[in-house]
Design a protein around this ligand. Structure first.
Ligand code: DQA
Length: 147
């Protein structure tokens, strides 16, 4: 089974960007850890990052019929993008929303998400560990679906 992990704008700067909030690891470190973990459990995983809303929409559309679950940190698009929400709605698949920081503890505009109410679940505020927890949850959900 194949899992797609999507990263929104500025997440390519992880490690350099506000490390007190987002940590010291790079996006490549995170993606490698996710790929390894998925592979060890018999899943396959692809990752995609873009700073462009339309590129994320395109990637979500391209994945139609090719994947079994989506993990997404839409970053700033979380709070703005009806287009990404609508693209995700094309799929009828488990969807986990991840935020590295606790979006409910920051500026008020960050606690608003266009994704939360269409997501299976959300992980916030646990640092980059959240991605690994999301992957664990996704693999468990997909395994449960099988039996
Ligand atoms: C973020 C939270 C967003 O508000 C912010 O715009 C980001 C990262 C997070 O992972 O904590 O870019 O999604």
């Amino acid at each position: 089974k194949h899992i797609l992990v999507l990263h929104g704008p500025n997440l390519n700067m992880l490690g350099k960007r506000e490390p007190q909030i987002y940590g010291k690891l790079s996006l490549r470190d995170i993606n490698t850890a996710l790929e390894k973990k998925a592979c060890a459990a018999g899943f396959s995983l692809s990752t995609f990052q873009s700073n462009h809303e339309g590129a994320l929409v395109d990637r979500v559309q391209e994945a139609l019929g090719q994947i079994h679950g989506i993990i997404i940190n839409p970053a700033a698009f979380t709070h703005t993008s009806v287009a990404i929400r609508d693209a995700l709605l094309l799929h009828d698949l488990p969807l986990i929303e991840v935020h590295i920081s606790n979006i409910h503890k920051r500026e008020a505009f960050r606690s608003q998400s266009y994704i939360s109410d269409i997501a299976t679940g959300q992980i916030v505020g646990l640092g980059i560990r959240g991605y690994l927890l999301a992957l664990d949850a996704m693999m468990a959900i997909l395994t449960d679906k099988e039996d």
